[in-house]
Design a protein around this ligand. Sequence first.
Ligand SMILES: *Cc1c(COP(=O)(O)O)cnc(C)c1O
Length: 226
Amino acid sequence: MRVAENLEQIQKQIEAACKNSNRNPDDIKIIAVTKYVSLNRAKEAVEAGVTHLGENREEGLLPKWEVLKDKPTWHFIGSLQTRKVKNIIDKVDYIHSMDRLSLAKEIHKRADGPVKCFVQVKTSDEETKHGLAVDEVLDFIKKLNDFPNIVVVGLMTMAPFTSNEAVLRNCFRTLKELQNQVQHLNLEYAPCHELSMGMSNDFAIAIEEGATMVRIGTALVGEKEE
Ligand SMILES: *Cc1c(COP(=O)(O)O)cnc(C)c1O
């Protein structure tokens, strides 16, 4: 399927989810996750009107960035090794995987100015998911005061891979509640107005629960190519 056709389908689903939850589709940004696909497919996405691209590894980001440069807005969505920060810091607009102080320290050190970050939160007890435990998040954000180049624009989570709607809603609600608590801290460096949640299988539910950025790979640009 062409990206343009997939995009049209996804936009319809977003509109329906917004209707269900009394939200405005203009408040939802679609990030096309291009980690499985070629540069050409990423280009096709940009030509179809996608303005946000997401990659989860330096190796996937750099070759696409070299060609597309700052035409799209770039999101780094994967777990980020401290030693790799210097290679990507001047290429990405958002980092969705802030999960430890050593990473904050390195980003602060390497950046020329404020970096838009999402604090990644573990909202389910799946072993494999990265991120801070829910009860660690407020303290963590308070400590980011030491690193003035870090701006906490929002929270990010990955729900478990399940079709159990109750489990998914529960994860997304947990993140939304946490966002309210962060906003109550009233920290200038943590406006926390965004929620990065929802992927191919669960973005409609995530939107009903308050997502402002959905990260969609498979359903938009497709899976691993041959
Ligand atoms: C791969 C990935 C996605 C997109 O997953 P799909 O199920 O293909 O939509 C979203 N977020 C993160 C962090 C990812 O690694």
